[in-house]
Design a protein around this ligand. Structure first.
Ligand code: BGC
Length: 513
């Protein structure tokens, strides 16, 4: 453990029996598909907002600036508040929806949240595909956002509660994996629809969101509720049976884990105001993590590439086709690198992945800034960009993306979902979603303006935050791999800084065991 700033997993932990049964695997995969609706959206907007027929119809001013006006600084061509609002409105809606989702998740169960999310999302997709004016576009985006808010609130919790603790990391990362598959699918769809002769390809792109919506909606319909959720709703016999079934163990073997869940559930029931509770001193580390982890995830700058890769590549001189092609490549890279974390989170631990990812992102963001700055200067104009140079830029962007994909991408969702005790879990997860969406919104909204003003320095701006967040992890985040969720309090009790907040009078976790 680096610098002794956390507790090494594998310290004093309980050992609940249980394996990855086919049942748990299928339910987790089905639930994780909820990430696809989020990913599809992330990937689709960049390509659509770079399609000329779409711009011409809904954003004629941007279209004129892009096509006709050569005087504008290259970095500023796409700088339009309305255009960015198209991308960002979804995240604002998701932010607001996450609060309603918290209530549904807690009272009706994680499954209903997913079902509701999928259905609302489907309506948004249909509305967007049929859009006749900008109002329909934005209302559609808002409905999609509500769906995303529900899915991101419920899926990570669902998977973390279903998974046996030793495989919680890998199973939870499936959520991020399906986000990235969604992004890749969207990029592929855009690549082809952009070539559609009738200029209506954007409708297919936007309407395509109905496919992941149906997948999550139908899967959620058949999914069982988690044992924790069944217990929260007051049905202990059913909860015990469900736990036994998903762990694939005998009746007596499930006892230890079940009684810990019952304890946690009692504590959770005693809490009438989970929100107010979050303000208590003993939940300080949880509160800080629920704000800083999603905030830092967004400040890696990943969504600059995800939302605006095509626009970004056009800006630095690639043709339309080449820029969508490059977005496709980054989409492929993000899926492949996420697989590293499926394998590595439970093996190497969360902290190692954060450090490696942080290091790679920092180096290659600085490299991208230097490469763009060197050739494009402050005007963004370049005559005849050599092919090899463009390839080097794309490779550096891909390495940055892969650094994110095995670290902050999956861990930005996994770590919060596993550190909250049940009594504050839904409320704290809402904060995670809310902060994540707030920063996603802000970056989507101001990126094009920032690009216009900071130019290539934009990448240095994000590199600074990557350095900061890596230090933050080193100092403040304990290792959580291989620790059962209900025993998580130990990592804070033994942490050099957090122990003064969480240790109340009485024996510490290791003394208790
Ligand atoms: C983030 C998204 C991001 C995506 C990229 C997710 O974990 O929340 O904002 O676009 O990862 O893979």
């Amino acid at each position: 453990m680096a610098g002794g700033f956390g507790i090494e997993s594998g310290g004093v932990t309980k050992d609940y029996p249980g394996k990855v049964t086919a049942y748990v695997l299928i339910t987790c995969i089905a639930a994780a598909m909820g990430g696809m609706i989020f990913g599809y959206d992330i990937g689709i907007s960049g390509g659509v907002t770079s399609m000329a027929p779409f711009l011409k119809r809904f954003f004629p001013a941007v279209y004129r600036k892009e096509v006709l006006d050569n005087s504008t600084n290259q970095y500023c061509k796409f700088d339009s508040i309305l255009l960015t609002l198209f991308t960002s409105s979804l995240y604002l809606a998701a932010l607001v929806a996450s609060f309603g989702a918290s209530k549904v998740t807690r009272n009706l169960g994680r499954r209903w949240s997913m079902l509701l999310g999928g259905t609302i999302f489907l309506c948004g997709a249909l509305m967007n595909a049929a859009a006749q004016n900008i109002l329909m576009l934005i209302v559609g985006r808002i409905l999609l956002g509500v769906g995303v808010g529900f899915a991101t609130q419920s899926v990570p919790l669902y998977v973390s509660e279903m998974a046996p603790y030793k495989h919680r990391g890998s199973l939870n990362v499936l959520f991020q994996l399906s986000i990235t598959v969604g992004i890749l699918c969207a990029n592929v769809v855009n690549y082809f629809t952009q070539k559609m002769a009738n200029g209506e390809g954007w409708r297919v792109s936007l309407g395509g969101a109905a496919v992941p919506a149906l997948i999550i909606g139908i899967s959620a319909f058949f999914l069982p509720n988690t044992p924790n959720s069944i217990l929260e709703k007051g049905n202990p016999t059913k909860a015990r049976e469900m736990l036994r079934r998903i762990r694939g163990v005998s009746d007596c073997e499930v006892e230890a884990e079940f009684s810990d869940i019952v304890e946690a559930s009692k504590a959770s029931k005693a809490v009438k105001h989970p929100w107010r509770n979050l303000g208590k001193r003993k939940y300080r580390p949880h509160l800080i993590m629920s704000v800083f982890i999603p905030m830092f995830q967004q400040l890696t700058g990943i969504n600059v590439v995800m939302f605006y890769a095509p626009v970004l590549f056009i800006t630095i001189g690639f043709g339309n086709d080449a820029s969508l092609m490059s977005a496709l490549i980054t989409g492929g890279v993000i899926v492949a690198a996420t697989l590293i974390s499926v394998y590595g989170t439970d093996k190497w631990g969360r902290r190692s992945l954060f450090f490696w990812g942080g290091g790679l992102m920092f180096i290659f963001q600085v490299a991208v800034a230097s490469l763009i700055g060197w050739k494009f200067g402050v005007t963004g104009q370049v005559d005849n960009l050599p092919g090899w140079y463009a390839i080097v830029v794309v490779i550096c962007i891909c390495i940055f993306v892969s650094g994110y994909a095995f670290s902050w991408g999956p861990l930005g969702w996994l770590v919060p979902s596993e550190i909250f005790p049940l009594e504050i879990r839904s409320a704290a997860q809402s904060i995670v979603v809310c902060v994540n969406m707030l920063f996603t919104f802000l970056i989507a909204q101001i990126f094009l303006t920032m690009l216009c003003h900071l130019k290539f320095g934009l990448f240095i701006f994000f590199a600074f935050f990557v350095a900061l967040m890596t230090i933050f992890i080193y100092l403040f985040l304990p290792e959580t791999k291989n620790i059962p969720i209900e025993d998580m309090s130990q990592v804070w009790e033994e942490h050099w800084y957090w122990k003064k907040y969480v240790v109340v009078d009485g024996p510490s976790f290791s003394e208790k065991v």
